[in-house]
Design a protein around this ligand. Sequence first.
Ligand code: UDP
Length: 366
Amino acid sequence: MKRYDYVLVGAGLYSGVIAYLAGKAGKSCLVLEKRPHIGGNVYCEEVEGIHVHKYGAHIFHTSNKKVWEFVNSLVEFNRYTNSPVANYKGEIYNLPFNMNTFSKMWGIRTPKEAEEIIARQRTEIEGEPKNLEEQAISLVGKDIYEKLIKGYTEKQWGRDCKDLPSFIIKRLPVRYTYDNNYFNDLYQGIPIGGYNVLVEKLFEGADIMTETDFLKDRDTYMKMGDKVIFTGPIDAYYEYCFGKLEYRTVHFETEVLDEDNHQGVAVMNYTDRETPYTRVIEHKHFEFGKQPKTVISKEFSVDWEEGMEPYYPVNDAKNQELYQKYVQKAQTEEKVIFGGRLGEYKYYDMDKVIESAFGMWDRIKA
Ligand code: UDP
């Protein structure tokens, strides 16, 4: 049996970065991936010449220069800027919440007018916001909360906004300028040629086994490496001994349409409660595609059950507490390191995953 310096379980960005850095340092890696392909959730499938983000829209954005330079050293990025629009029962609003949104909502023109309306609407919240609903109203007022936040958030998380932590909504910028850029980060874009180009470069020197479930034969695989980096769900690794961590998952209904431009934007959020999906992605717009056809994906958000793909960790107090129990167990491991969105049970953006992998590599390379 061949032995490696590292056995990497899962072939997403976290493993990819470790594989790349380990390779540069002359170390050998074996990658075990359950799916039939590498790339984790950034994997794209080509349909009608369009890169379809099979596991949901991924827009790379970061303010970390080191991360930006790293990914750009592997692949060039285009100038895509995420500017999704919200569709509330046919009314169209710009996102994130900015002067374009306020102007459309209230027929106003100036930042001062917007500030006054929001200040008036937020008076109903007393003291520090205690949950997402209070946080949202105190940030943008009741009208925007009701039309653009409540329905979308409750569909996405399957919970009442009063039962969700306020930090989720703090991800979104609120701006008193006419600026529809969804992110505040310094750098943003989509890899030219798609994410698979990036992923292939990351895993270039590693041995890869796809359709291979580490957990089904862990004794064998454990022996194959000096260290094991596990990027799957930490609770699954421990056979859910303390109970199951909760996730939200998404599923997609993807269609090819015989038209060249269906919705005029890559991401349209459906923010009412009744439309069953949360958003519609038109993939070609991530890369300014000129193909004669188009591919759209309707995104539905559902509660995770064993056997489904876990997407978003539900980082509420109950789950965090449970996660801490697993962390304590993990700290006693000599050979296994947990990392990435599922290994660390964190709502990570891609750049944060890369940052975290850089940090881990600095710790283990010695
Ligand atoms: N959100 C919202 N309305 C929108 C878009 C986002 O209320 O039209 C809120 C919602 O609470 C959501 C959070 O912002 O959970 C983060 O949304 P985003 O779409 O950025 O999350 P992603 O799934 O892209 O990571």
